[in-house]
Design a protein around this ligand. Structure first.
Ligand SMILES: C[S@@+](CC[C@H](N)C(=O)[O-])C[C@H]1O[C@@H](n2cnc3c(N)ncnc32)[C@H](O)[C@@H]1O
Length: 238
């Protein structure tokens, strides 16, 4: 069964480019685990692009002082514009990672997993020159209401959430269908062997073999858990 949530076009390779001044922060991450397997399967291809390759001075400068004064340094427009323009195609989504962006959620991961080319722009220092936001980015995404030192980790979070939705990356076992957020609620509780661990027992219904009852129990548990922990999800669904 294929979920409506898992709809990337079969057979297409998603191209992901990350522009950063810290490419090594991502190299290990993009070469491990599920992401490594996704590359082998041609579901995705990654490139990390060192922003300093698009500077024109001996110091390879990517930042400058803000006009009007104030603390810290801002990322200059020239290297970022040139880096994006060197790889952008008409269908590319240029995603600026910023704490001021659209709060990241599963529905945005689903949306991005349908694309062919994603370019992630990672800020650093005090952030980026406003013209990058206004005239270069097609999207702005925040991974939460807190501030990190640079955009590499935020980009990694979004990439992980997107790539695991691509067809067959998780082995086609349907694990993205029922998990938290894909149906507007949290996932039901899960157990594995042993059935009795130090007196902590697995609920009888899960070992009953009655799949109708198991499905009902899981539905009820998912709703109860969502009401208790994240009632806002149920309200959004309604
Ligand atoms: C120190 S932050 C800049 C924060 C900026 N001065 C502000 O107040 O909005 C440096 C960079 O880290 C990244 N970043 C930090 N926190 C983030 C978050 N919550 N979501 C997405 N990106 C974030 C962005 O790329 C940002 O340009």
């Amino acid at each position: 069964m294929r979920s409506a949530e898992n709809v990337a076009i079969m057979g297409e390779t998603l191209a992901i480019d990350v522009i950063t001044i810290f490419p090594r922060m991502l190299d290990g991450f993009l070469n491990e685990s599920m992401l490594k397997r996704a590359v082998k399967q041609d579901a995705v291809r990654f490139r990390t692009i060192d922003l300093r390759d698009f500077t024109h001075d001996v110091h390879r400068t990517t930042d400058d002082k803000p006009y009007g004064g104030g603390p810290g340094m801002l990322m200059k427009p020239e290297p970022l514009f040139e880096a994006v323009e060197s790889i952008r195609t008409p269908g590319s989504r240029v995603v600026l990672m910023t704490p001021q962006g659209r709060p990241f959620r599963q529905s945005i991961a689903v949306e991005l997993a349908k694309e062919k080319h994603l370019i992630f722009v990672c800020g650093h220092y005090e952030g980026v020159d406003e013209r990058i936001r206004l005239h270069l980015a097609t999207d702005e995404i925040s991974i939460g209401d807190y501030v990190l030192t640079n955009g590499a980790l935020p980009a990694a979070v979004v990439i992980d959430a997107v790539v695991r939705l691509l067809p067959n990356v998780l082995g086609g076992d349907g694990s993205t269908i029922e998990e938290s957020f894909s149906s507007g609620r949290l996932e039901y509780p899960q157990y594995t062997r042993p059935s009795d661990y130090r007196g902590m027992k697995v609920p009888d219904v899960l070992m009953s073999g009655n799949h109708v009852e198991i499905a009902r129990w899981r539905r009820e548990q998912a709703v109860a858990r969502t009401m208790e922990r994240r009632p806002d999800l149920l309200e959004q669904k309604e």
